[in-house]
Design a protein around this ligand. Structure first.
Ligand SMILES: O=C[C@H](O)COP(=O)(O)O
Length: 246
């Protein structure tokens, strides 16, 4: 499987940042043995996806319903029409800020799949859960409850320990390896051989310095990158590391 490196721009990015996306696209085109993605704010999806050589544009959320009275929300069909090919679902920031639970994430994953958008389903434990030895249990429960109703053709899972997001801290490599193995095992139990087609990404303070070591681990099929995806200068070393470890 190709390594997948997907940037999550979160609530960052104005029209003036389209030039940075252009630069990232130029660099991504140099590494054709990996998949490079950028999940941008909804306001940038349309402009960002136009005329791209390599980078795949995604959204950061979609509503679970097809349409209706949901002020301020965007359906999967809407983000698809704007140009999104994938959508981040259940990011811990949304689980926390918007109170999203795994059942809702599963419904959103169904909506994404119905519209041929690849769901990127995020799971991860808090620091308290990690320190009390519950990381594996929490991630397993979250994962199983967040999966779509039916076996998807395409799906990406992102393991993001909450305490590693934006903090500069990452788990021990062995801890990352263990959780990725657990995720792969659960996917295999549920989907059989199809589990080999679902990339499992690591997210949380991935950068040009730690990417190579992380991407060498078994079942670490790529990264979901926040801060280090905002500029081509910081993103490029991660793409290079992924290409070298593909
Ligand atoms: O979705 C991306 C993650 O939240 C990681 O963010 P970060 O790379 O800034 O720690």
């Amino acid at each position: 499987m190709k390594k997948h490196i997907i940037g999550n721009w979160k609530m960052n990015g104005m029209q003036s940042h389209l030039t940075e996306i252009q630069k990232i696209d130029e660099i991504a085109a140099l590494f054709d043995n990996i998949m490079t993605g950028l999940c941008v704010p909804a306001t940038l999806i349309y402009s960002a996806h136009k005329d791209k050589k390599a980078v795949i544009i995604g959204a950061q959320d979609c509503h679970q319903s097809k349409e209706g009275a949901h002020t301020g929300c965007l359906s999967a069909a809407m983000v698809k029409e704007a140009g999104a090919k994938m959508v981040i679902l259940g990011h811990s920031e949304r689980r926390q800020d918007q109170g999203e639970n795994s059942r809702l994430v599963s419904q959103k994953a169904d909506a994404a799949i119905d519209n041929n958008i690849t769901p990127i389903i995020c799971v991860g434990e808090s620091l308290a859960q990690r320190e009390s030895g519950q990381a594996e249990k929490i991630v397993s429960e979250q994962l199983l409850a967040s999966l779509p109703s039916n076996k998807p053709q395409k799906m990406i899972i992102a393991y993001e320990p909450i305490w590693a997001i934006g903090t500069g801290k990452i788990p021990q490599m062995e801890e990352v390896r263990e959780i990725h193995e657990v995720i792969f095992r659960l996917l295999t139990q549920k989907y059989g051989d199809a589990a080999n087609d679902y990339p499992i990404l690591y997210g949380g303070s991935m950068n040009g310095e730690n990417a190579s070591e992380l991407l060498k681990l078994a079942h670490v099929d790529g990264g979901l990158v926040g801060g280090a995806s905002l500029t081509a200068d910081k993103f490029a070393p991660i793409l290079k590391a992924a290409s070298q470890n593909s």
